[in-house]
Every structure is written in C-alpha cells, then in structure tokens.
Design a protein around this ligand. Structure first.
Ligand SMILES: Nc1ncnc2c1ncn2[C@@H]1O[C@H](COP(=O)(O)OP(=O)(O)O)[C@@H](O)[C@H]1O
Ligand SMILES: N[C@@H](CCC(=O)OP(=O)(O)O)C(=O)O
Length: 358
C-alpha cells in the first residue's frame, strides 16, 4: 500500500439494534479498531450512516420514519448525536476526528470537488480521522448522492485510497440474496463487474438499510474504475483490522489497471453534460478504443446549445447508444460553421478530455 490510506464505510445495519436504534456498543467496536489501525500508521477515513437511526426516537417517532421530510428532521437530530458518540469514543483513545457532511453538489462543481480533496488531505496529514456522512437534512432529491455506499466510493476515488472497505451485515456478495436463498454461494473475488454480477444483487436485508447489494456493486464499479480496490465484508468485532489484511471472509473487487486519473474521474462521474452530438460508425469505433480524439468530420448531428469547454455527450447515430462524454473545443455556432465546410477538419474532443462510458 502506497499511502496506507483506507476508507471504511459502515452501514446502518452495522450500527443499530434490531429495533433500529443506534447501538453505542457497536460504535465502540468500530472506534477501537480505528484507533488500533491509526496507531499502526494507517491514514483512515470513515463514511458512516446512522443519523436517522440516532435521531428518530428523540423526535417522537416510535420507529424509523418513511417520509422524506421526517427522515430529514431525524437526520438533523441524529447527526449530532452520532458524531458525538464517535468523537468521544475516539478521543479517549487519543485520536482526533472531524465531521464532514457532503452532498452531490460538492462533487459536481469542479472547484468544490478540488476543495473537498484539499480539506481532506490536510486533515489526513495531521493524523485526523475525517468522519463523513451525506448532509441528509438539506440534500434534496435531485442533488442527493442518495446512499452512503456511493458516497464512500466517491470519497475513496477522490482520495485515490489504497482500499475501500464496505462493512455490512453479510459477509460479502453472494450469488443471490443469502437471506432469501439458502443455496446462495459466496463470491470471494471479482476482477470484472459484468451485468451478471449486477444481477446477483437483491434489496436491503433489514428495514433500516438503503440500497442493499445493488448500491454496493455500483459503488465497487465506480471505485475500481478509479483504481481503488473494494472489499465487502461483515462488520464483526475484528472486521476492520482483518479487512486491511483481507483475513476475513468477504468479496474483493480488484482495481482496474487503466484507472481514470483525477480529471477523467470528474468527467466520468460528475460533470454535467450540456448537449449531445451524434457520430458515425467509424468515429464510434475509434472512440470506443479510448485512444482517439473525436474528429469534427465524424459528427453527423448536434442537439442542444453549448459553449467552448462545456461537457457534451457523444452518441452513436446508428444505435442511439451513449458512447462517452468530453469537453467541447468549440461552441455550437463555431462547430456548425466548420461542419458546413466541404471537408470539415480538426478535433472536436481531445482524447485527454474524453471518457468512454460504453
Ligand atoms: N447477492 C447478495 N449477496 C449478499 N447480500 C445481498 C445480496 N442481495 C441482497 N443482499 C442483502 O443486502 C443486505 C446488505 O445491504 P443493506 O441492508 O443496504 O446494508 P447496509 O446498511 O450495511 O448498507 C444484506 O443483509 C442482504 O440481505
Ligand atoms: N445518510 C443516511 C444513510 C444512507 C445509507 O446509505 O444507509 P446505509 O445503506 O445503511 O449505509 C443516514 O445517516 O442515516
């Protein structure tokens, strides 16, 4: 491990009692291991769920609420209580922690994205453990990350962590939901996330979790494309320490060899596209191999307005499938002027500003 930087994600299912309340003993179990790894020199980030679980009862609900506004209110009450448990429990072991609440906006805006990275790196270099959750109270649907599996993948990718560990209430990915199918087989290693892998995922195991295995596989897909390996395992008493050495049962997703660099990560996962261009078969072929730039001569149709440097989605004219996206070197009016020429020449999207999503 280069930087010894590990991002752990703990789900609601690993922090709560069967009735859905936050269980302080489960938090202690986690912080004891974090302190042990911190002592051993690892840089650590914790993405934790549990704000709704920690808050709903104080708000007068007798079970976890379902309505969005009620969940947001519960999160506002609970986040403070959640972070208090972690902070106190880490501090008695001599470890300083920090709270960071993020939303999708913090990733979609390139300046805020870079800012989040800088802030996290300063904390890590000062031996602080950042404790991250989504800012549930203010995040509206369209601007939500939505689940902490994805949020942890975004954070691990942003920091180019050495490992992302998703701790849950089941020991890794199985061929089917093991709670429903007793014949489900554990899958120890995955080198490529194919549609068959996605098809193995079922929903949540309890009424407290969000997303089940589907969001974890999606998260693994994102992180491994950014060069971060992912390990899914059960949050047992020594799980965090064991996961670092992969001594416990679980599923390891290996990192892609041709991982996106920082610029391409932002482009692939967050950059909002302003318009579409449709390209011919020859251009599709060249772009899919990633090594080529998109030549103006391959563009057959343009949809929507864009300025120079805006992000544009590129589709196949024939199949209407999305091929990838990239940064436009010309505005739409300039592109159209060139397209009207008898032999349009030049590059519309340079390969350094292009990601294939095929
Ligand atoms: N193929 C599968 N392999 C393992 N677990 C699965 C699978 N499909 C669905 N699940 C369910 O996913 C649950 C874990 O996800 P979730 O409840 O969202 O937990 P968390 O709160 O830790 O994010 C497990 O308890 C399990 O029932
Ligand atoms: N941000 C929410 C958790 C969202 C979430 O992804 O939950 P989970 O699937 O239990 O990790 C909270 O603090 O309750």
């Amino acid at each position: 491990m280069k930087d010894n930087l590990i991002v752990f994600k703990v789900g609601t299912s690993s922090l709560t009692s069967p009735a859905g309340d936050l269980d302080p003993e489960k938090i202690k179990k986690i912080t004891r291991q974090l302190a042990q790894l911190h002592q051993a020199g690892y840089k650590l980030v914790l993405v934790t769920s549990g704000s709704i679980a920690a808050g709903f009862r104080r708000l007068g609900f007798d079970k976890r609420p379902r309505k969005v506004a009620d969940k947001q209110a519960a999160a506002a009450v609970g986040q403070g209580l959640l972070i208090e448990e972690y902070t106190r429990s880490l501090l008695v072991q001599g470890v300083v922690s920090a709270q960071i609440l993020l939303t999708q906006d913090d990733f979609a805006d390139q300046r805020r994205y870079q800012n989040a990275q800088t802030a996290l790196n300063v904390l890590l270099s000062r031996r602080v453990i950042p404790i991250i959750n989504e800012n549930d109270t203010i995040a509206i649907d369209e601007l939500k990350v939505g689940d902490n599996d994805t949020l942890s993948a975004q954070v691990a990718s942003l920091l180019k962590a050495d490992l992302l560990v998703l701790l849950t209430d089941v020991s890794g990915l199985y061929s089917d939901n093991p709670r429903k199918n007793p014949d489900a087989r554990p899958i120890p290693i995955i080198n490529e996330i194919t549609p068959q892998i996605f098809a193995m995922a079922g929903g949540t195991g309890s009424s407290n979790g969000t997303g089940g295995m589907a969001t974890k596989i999606k998260a693994a897909d994102m992180a491994t494309k950014s060069g971060v390996p992912v390990f899914i395992c059960s949050a047992d008493s020594t799980a965090l320490v064991d996961a670092v050495h992969q001594k416990n049962q679980g599923t390891l997703f290996t990192a892609n060899e041709n991982a996106f660099n920082q610029k391409k990560q932002w482009l692939a996962f967050y950059a909002p596209a302003k318009a579409r261009v449709y390209i011919d078969h020859g251009a599709v072929h060249a772009m899919a191999r990633e090594g080529s730039s998109l030549l103006i001569s391959g563009i057959k149709q343009v949809q929507g307005n864009f300025k120079k440097d805006d992000i544009v989605e590129v589709y196949s004219l024939k199949s209407k499938k999305l091929i990838g996206k990239g940064k436009a070197r010309f505005s739409r009016p300039v592109l159209e002027e060139i397209l009207e020429q008898k032999h349009p020449e030049g590059i519309f999207i340079h390969r350094d500003d292009w990601v294939t999503t095929l």
